[in-house]
Design a protein around this ligand. Structure first.
Ligand SMILES: C[S@@+](CC[C@H](N)C(=O)[O-])C[C@H]1O[C@@H](n2cnc3c(N)ncnc32)[C@H](O)[C@@H]1O
Length: 256
C-alpha cells in the first residue's frame, strides 16, 4: 500500500511493490497537480473522456452515493456534482496537491466530501451506487486486488465507470499530439506559452513511463483489464479503447 511521505511541504507518494520492496520510480502527483488542469483543459482526448462520462451519467438512474477514487483535481466529481445535485459524492484522493486543487475548484458544491485515504484503506460504511475510477488504478499496488476493493465499495448492481491507462506512455508521441492540438487552438505563441507553463506534465509523464517499464505501474490490454474486472466480481456492460489507444474504458455492474 502506498505510504505518504511529507517532503518539504509536499506529499510524495512512495510507491511500493505489493507489501515488499520500495518501488524504484516515483511519480510526484503533487508537482503534477498545478499543471494538470491547464493541459487537461487543452487536451481534446481528456475532454472527450469527460464528455463520455457525462453522457454515461445521463443514461443511469440517479445514484444516491458516488465515490470518485483517485479523483485528482476533481474533474469527474465536478460533472457528477452538476448532473446529480441530489447525490452524495465522496472524492477520495491521497495527494495533498491534487485534492487541494479539487477543494478550491469545487467549493461551491455542498454535496461533496473529501477523503485522503488510498483505495485499499477505505472502509466503506455504506454501499455506493456508482464508483468512478479514472487513470488511477494502473498506478496502484496490486491492481487486481484493487479491483476487488472497487467492487467492495458498491452495492450489487451498482455501476463502475473505469478508465485505465494500459499501454506504455510514449512521452514524445503525447508531446507532439498536445503541441499540435495547442497550436491549432491557440496559435504558435499560445502553444509555446501553455507548454512552458505545463512543463511539469512532461516530467511526470516520463516518470510514469519509467514506472511502467520497471513494472511498478500496471500495463495491460483491454482484454486483460476486462478479465481482471470480471474476476473481481463485475459484469462488463461496455468496453472501449480510448485516449488514443493508450487506455481502456469499462462500464461495469457489480455482480451480486
Ligand atoms: C492521473 S491522476 C487521475 C486523476 C483523475 N481521476 C482524472 O482523471 O483527472 C491519478 C491519481 O490517482 C491517485 N492515486 C494513486 N494511488 C492511489 C490509491 N492507492 N488510491 C487512491 N488514489 C490513488 C494519485 O494521487 C493521482 O491523483
Amino acid at each position: 500500500m502506498p505510504s505518504h511521505t511529507r517532503v518539504e511541504g509536499s506529499d510524495l507518494v512512495t510507491l511500493q511493490k505489493s507489501d515488499a520492496a520500495d518501488r524504484s520510480v516515483r511519480v510526484d502527483w503533487n508537482s503534477y497537480a498545478s499543471a494538470y488542469d491547464l493541459l487537461s483543459e487543452h487536451n481534446p482526448e481528456y475532454q472527450a473522456l469527460l464528455h463520455d462520462f457525462e453522457a454515461f451519467l445521463a443514461t443511469i438512474e440517479k445514484p444516491r452515493l458516488i465515490y470518485d477514487i483517485g479523483g485528482g483535481t476533481g474533474n469527474y466529481t465536478k460533472i457528477a456534482a452538476r448532473i446529480c445535485p441530489e447525490s452524495e459524492i465522496r472524492l477520495m484522493e491521497p495527494d495533498a496537491g491534487m485534492i487541494g486543487m479539487a477543494k478550491s475548484k469545487l467549493a461551491t458544491h455542498g454535496n461533496i466530501s473529501y477523503g485522503t485515504l488510498a483505495l485499499e484503506d477505505i472502509a466503506a460504511s455504506e454501499a455506493a451506487d456508482l464508483v468512478i475510477c479514472v487513470h488511477a488504478l494502473y498506478t496502484m499496488p496490486s491492481p487486481e486486488e484493487r479491483l476487488v476493493d472497487l467492487r467492495r465499495l458498491l452495492r450489487p448492481g451498482g455501476w463502475l465507470y473505469l478508465i485505465d491507462m494500459g499501454r506504455h506512455m510514449d512521452v514524445r508521441d503525447w508531446r507532439n499530439y498536445l503541441f499540435s492540438s495547442l497550436r491549432q487552438q491557440l496559435g504558435l505563441a499560445g502553444a509555446l506559452r501553455v507548454f512552458w507553463q505545463g512543463r511539469e506534465i512532461a516530467k511526470q509523464n516520463k516518470n510514469i513511463f519509467e514506472a511502467q517499464k520497471a513494472g511498478d505501474y500496471w500495463t495491460h490490454s483491454e482484454a486483460e483489464l476486462a478479465t481482471a474486472a470480471t474476476a473481481a466480481g463485475f459484469e462488463i456492460v461496455r468496453k472501449q479503447s480510448v485516449y488514443r489507444g493508450y487506455s481502456d474504458l469499462l462500464v461495469c455492474r457489480a455482480r451480486a
